[in-house]
Design a protein around this ligand. Sequence first.
Ligand code: GLN
Length: 273
Amino acid sequence: MTVAVALRDAAKLLAETSGTARLDAELLMAEALDMSRSDMLLRAGDLEVPPHFERLVERRQRHEPIAHILGHQEFYGREFLVTPDVLIPRGDSETIVDAALSHCPDDARILDLGTGSGALLLTLLAEKPNASGTGIDASLGAMAVAASNAARLGVSDRVHILHRNWSEAGWRDGLGQFDLIVANPPYVEEDADLEPDVRDYEPARALFAGKDGLDDYRIIIPQLRALLAKTGIAVLEVGHTQAAAVTEIASKEGFSVELHHDLAHRPRALLLR
Ligand code: GLN
């Protein structure tokens, strides 16, 4: 069987579980062949299907995310290693990067709260060669992923990945002050009806934040001032229905809030000063 035919069959199978069945099939085929997607497509009429392609398709049929099967995910034009210990970087979060880049000085000291794969922090460091940063995470597994990604992107000498949990007293000790704080904290309501791809495979501690999904904002926002330099700003990701509620929390703490929208025109990032 040729790759072209196998792609058609796999896309049909995957249509039951995935909204991006054809793309998924192509990414899995490129992985099975260890080729780029474009090279694979150019030669799809004469390449033989590798024997383990079918197993990769079966994994996706059980809702395992493509990023877990491939072990990596593209974010802001760069490839990030991904494991089940970290949230898979999402396009929505590129809104945070854009908002932060347009407001942060070239030599910014940057703090990322709950860095996960490091997608936010490491992208900012890669974009700003004179910036330096600290990423904290409560998960040792996540810290290992962030450290690998820092090395792959060549920014290890400008970043510290620290084991801190903002639910524990003293978590801010010794962190210092920052010109820019970014965060994509957990913000999903605890009884939310998530897709099985997310619910069954991504880390619950990176997703859920109490009954209304706002628990972590209530912890973090009142402590931002202690971590910010005088002219420092914070850029926080929010769920697309949460902008008003989080703005209210931030206003009470004396911040002025600017709203940034994602590509679907939904409110996605709050810039606090
Ligand atoms: N955007 C993610 C989702 O909807 C949630 C990310 C988060 O809680 N920070 O699945």
